[in-house]
Write a protein that binds this ligand. Structure first.
Ligand code: SAH
Length: 259
C-alpha cells in the first residue's frame, strides 16, 4: 500500500536517484561502522546504506513506517527504534570499544534546531553527522561572524563541531516537494573545543542574540559590565553578530570558569 506523506511528521521523501547517490558518497559508509539514521521514512537512504553495511540502527516516529521497516528488513540487518529522536538516548546504541557512532538523516525540518541541540549532548560519542536540512538552517550553522546568518545556532554548534555545507538539493528531489531549498551538512565534533560550561555559554549567547539590532553592551546589560566585555576582548559598542566564538566563550568563563 502506498504511504501518504504526513505533514505533521515533516515527511518529504527523497526520490531523486542522483541526489541519493551523492549523499551516500558524501557519507561514505564502510563495513563494520556503527551507524544510526534519524527518520528513515520509506528507507530511500537506508536501503543504499545497507548495501555497504551489514547492520544499522534507525529511529522513526511514525508507527506505520516503523511497521513497514520491520517487515522489510530482518533484525540482523536493521534495528528499528520506534519513537521520538528528540528523546532518544543516542548513548544507548552499542559501539565497539574505541569506536564511535556515525549519525545520518534527511531530518524533519520542523524539529531541526531542537534535534541538533539534543544531539550536541552526545557529541563525545559521535564520529560524524551528515544531515539534510533546510538550506537556510545550514547557512546559519556555518555562518561566520559579521554576516547576517550568524546567530545563536552558529555559535553553539561551531563550539562543538567543525561543519561544512556540502551541496544544495532542490525541492524537486523530494515527494512531496518542500517549499524551500535543502542542503547537506557534514558535522564533525571538534578536537579543539574551547573549555566552557555548556549551559552558561547557552545562556550568554541566547541573551546576546535576543535583540540583535542593539549593541552588545545593551543586549547583555545586567549580566555583564562594560569592563567585563572589554576583559573578554569585546568592543561594547559592537553588534552581537560581530562577536566571535572565542569571545562568547570568554564571557561564559567570567561567570562560570572552566579549566
Ligand atoms: N529519510 C527519508 C524520510 C525523510 S522525511 C527520506 O529521505 O526519504 C523525515 C522522516 O522523519 C519521516 O520518516 C518522519 O516520519 C520522521 N520523523 C519526523 N519526526 C520525527 C521524530 N521526532 N523522531 C524520529 N523521526 C521523525
Amino acid at each position: 500500500m502506498k504511504h501518504v506523506a504526513r505533514k505533521r511528521f515533516g515527511q518529504n521523501f527523497l526520490t531523486d536517484a542522483h541526489v541519493l547517490s551523492d549523499i551516500i558518497d558524501a557519507i561514505g559508509p564502510r563495513r563494520g561502522e556503527t551507524m544510526v539514521e534519524i527518520g528513515p521514512g520509506l528507507a530511500a537512504m537506508t536501503a543504499l546504506l545497507l548495501k555497504e553495511l551489514d547492520h544499522m540502527h534507525v529511529v522513526e516516529l511514525d508507527r506505520d513506517l516503523v511497521a513497514r521497516l520491520e517487515k522489510a528488513y530482518p533484525r540482523e540487518r536493521l534495528t528499528v527504534h520506534s519513537g521520538d529522536a528528540l528523546k532518544f538516548d543516542f548513548g544507548s546504541i552499542p559501539v565497539p570499544e574505541g569506536k564511535k557512532l556515525r549519525v545520518v538523516g534527511n531530518l524533519p525540518y520542523n524539529i531541526s534546531s531542537p534535534l541538533l541541540f539534543h544531539l550536541a549532548d552526545f557529541a563525545h560519542l559521535v564520529e560524524d553527522q551528515h544531515f539534510m536540512l533546510q538550506k537556510e538552517v545550514v547557512e546559519r550553522m556555518v555562518a561566520e561572524p559579521g554576516t547576517k546568518a550568524y546567530s545563536r545556532l552558529s555559535v553553539m554548534l561551531q563550539w562543538r563541531y567543525d561543519m561544512a555545507m556540502l551541496f544544495v538539493v532542490p525541492p524537486t528531489a523530494f515527494d512531496p516537494p518542500p517549499q524551500v531549498d535543502s542542503a547537506i551538512v557534514r558535522m564533525v565534533p571538534t578536537r579543539h573545543q574551547l573549555p566552557a560550561d555548556a549551559a552558561m555559554l547557552e545562556a550568554v549567547v541566547t541573551k546576546a542574540f535576543s535583540q540583535r539590532r542593539k549593541v552588545i553592551r545593551n543586549c547583555v546589560a545586567g549580566m555583564f559590565t562594560e569592563q567585563q566585555l572589554v576583559e573578554a576582548g569585546i568592543d561594547p559598542g559592537a553588534r552581537p553578530e560581530a562577536v566571535g566564538l572565542a569571545q562568547y566563550v570568554a564571557l561564559a568563563n567570567i561567570l562560570k570558569p572552566v579549566q
